[in-house]
Design a protein around this ligand. Structure first.
Ligand SMILES: NC(=O)c1ccc[n+]([C@@H]2O[C@H](COP(=O)([O-])OP(=O)(O)OC[C@H]3O[C@@H](n4cnc5c(N)ncnc54)[C@H](OP(=O)(O)O)[C@@H]3O)[C@@H](O)[C@H]2O)c1
Length: 250
């Protein structure tokens, strides 16, 4: 099966200012797409703009806000949406969470995916469009120090599968995929989680990482997301992502 050329296509990436999102924006830009990068920190987005050039359009906005998805889909008409924005969970045992800290990833990660996926179906995006949502390996195993994080990421996988079904039923020809990356210290969110799990096991971070084996880089995440968009043979709803690459999620 040949790969899809995304030269000149418009991709919109949420949470593009740093971490996985900046790696995804860089990979899509390298593949020839015009990339609209959404995050709240304007300065960080400007920094990425100076690295990637004018094919990267920075937009400072709250991706989980009530009108952001509708406004930006109308303004840019993307054919590729990567819903990656996510809050860094507070890392502490269950009983030390409040309902507010426990539910943070529902308020940000899930709410944003729900709003953007809904707009993608209702607008609808053009036939042949692709929507990728960033879930987590935690959706399969739990994340006992991160409050409601794992449940929120599992809900994102479900929402993506429901949307794929609605797209099929209405013949919209919009592909929906979720990606479940393995925990990595390569980002600020991941390094805080790794430090918490290392402390919980009573080992230092270096020892924890040695036991865990190879870790994902943001470049690998960018490349894997690009593959999900451009390679039609990746036709499953959800993929686990490790340093070894993409594999269908169980
Ligand atoms: N790192 C890991 O080990 C790992 C593993 C599996 C899954 N994930 C998931 O991968 C995604 C990216 O995480 P990361 O590790 O790259 O974290 P990160 O470095 O903390 O980056 C998070 C990004 O999301 C943005 N963001 C947060 N809230 C936002 C909002 N309301 N509106 C717009 N943008 C918002 C942040 O930008 P601003 O603060 O400027 O808004 C930032 O660009 C998350 O969904 C995370 O749960 C991470």
């Amino acid at each position: 099966m040949s790969t899809t050329d995304i030269t000149g296509a418009t991709a919109l990436v949420t949470g593009a200012s740093r971490g996985f999102g900046s790696g995804i924006a860089a990979a899509l830009s390298k593949a020839g797409a015009r990339v609209v990068g959404v995050a709240r920190d304007h300065e960080q987005l400007q920094r990425l703009h100076s690295e990637l050039g004018d094919s990267f359009i920075p937009v400072a906005a709250d991706a989980a806000g009530p009108v952001t998805a509708g406004q930006l889909i109308d303004a840019y008409r993307p054919s590729i949406l990567v819903l990656n924005a996510g809050a860094a969970p507070l890392t502490r045992p269950l009983q030390h969470h409040t309902w507010q800290t426990f539910s943070q990833n529902w308020d940000v990660d899930v709410q944003h995916v729900f709003r953007w996926v809904r707009e993608a179906l209702l607008t609808p995006l053009d036939p042949g469009s692709t929507v990728i949502t960033v879930s987590s390996g935690a959706a399969l195993r739990g994340s006992p120090l991160s409050g409601g994080y794992a449940g929120a990421k599992a809900a994102i996988r479900f929402i993506t599968a429901y949307a794929a079904d609605e797209s099929d039923r209405a013949d919209l020809d919009i592909r929906f995929r979720s990606v479940l990356p393995q925990l990595t210290p390569a980002t600020s969110l991941g390094s805080a989680a790794v430090a918490a799990y290392a402390a919980r096991q009573g080992v230092d971070v270096a020892r924890y990482l040695e036991t865990a084996g190879p870790t994902l880089t943001i470049e690998q995440v960018g490349s894997a997301v690009t593959t999900l968009i451009t390679d039609p043979s990746h036709d499953r709803n959800a993929y686990v992502l490790t340093p070894g690459g993409l594999s269908p999620a169980p």
